[in-house]
Design a protein around this ligand. Structure first.
Ligand code: ADE
Length: 226
């Protein structure tokens, strides 16, 4: 899967791409991530990428021309989904990540400052997502969230593919508790059932705990699946 990221802050991605699952996904060639600096497409002497908003108000708006040119340069006339992260977008869910993980190319546009010029959204953006009901200073962290979520779903990245299938959200519920050695830590014991070797009972226990945690922390998810 090829992922192009357009950003004003390419350095933010340097360490991110060199650690953990994302690094592994790159090493095994499951993903190829290319970071493009939007500023390289600003044609004026000062490489200006933002300007004051028409109509007044606080904050700067990212100018349309450098973004448009950067997109044209990486898109190369291919029909590629162009995703823009913004608090105004639809909430990003596992189902959507699963769907994009099957596609071989996406472009992610990271906004910064107040917003991007609306005409970029009207002309080229194919989908807008938010990663939660809070405001970040830019789309770089949401882009990293998306890349990480996509990387771990690619073939050959997770040691055990069933590990991805029983993640929180894959079946619409939150995941169950997990334990490893030692069997007792600070007076707290691993539940007996997990040491029983009875796989059917263990599966039942995990489902029960998943439901319990979902009911407690995210009752809205239960409404969605019923
Ligand atoms: N940009 C700024 N805040 C954001 C959010 N919550 N989700 C996605 N993109 C954003």
């Amino acid at each position: 899967m090829k992922i192009d990221v357009l950003t004003l802050f390419p350095k933010m991605f340097e360490n991110f791409l060199q650690e953990s699952m994302v690094k592994k996904a790159i090493d095994v060639k499951a993903i190829d991530v290319k970071i493009t600096n939007i500023r390289d497409f600003a044609k004026d002497k000062h490489h200006t990428t933002d300007d004051y908003p028409y109509g007044g108000g606080a904050g700067m708006v990212m100018k349309p021309e450098p973004i448009y040119d950067a997109i044209q340069a990486v898109q190369k006339n291919e029909n590629v989904p162009i995703i823009y992260f913004t608090p105004q977008g639809k909430l990003l869910k596992q189902k959507t990540v699963n769907r994009y993980s099957q596609i071989d190319r996406i472009i992610i546009l990271c906004g910064h400052y107040k917003e991007i010029d609306q005409r970029i959204r009207d002309l080229v953006i194919t989908a807008e997502y938010s990663i939660g009901d809070y405001v970040l200073s830019g789309g770089e962290i949401p882009a990293m969230v998306m890349i990480d979520a996509l990387a771990r779903l690619q073939d050959g990245v997770l040691g055990n593919i069933t590990s991805a299938l029983d993640d929180s959200h894959q079946n619409g519920l939150l995941g169950c508790p997990h334990y490893t050695r030692p069997p007792e830590f600070m007076g707290l014991k691993v539940p007996d059932i997990l040491l029983s070797g009875n796989h059917r009972k263990i599966e039942e226990w995990r489902e029960e705990k998943s439901l319990e945690i979902t009911e407690k922390n995210r009752p809205d998810l239960l409404k969605e699946i019923s």
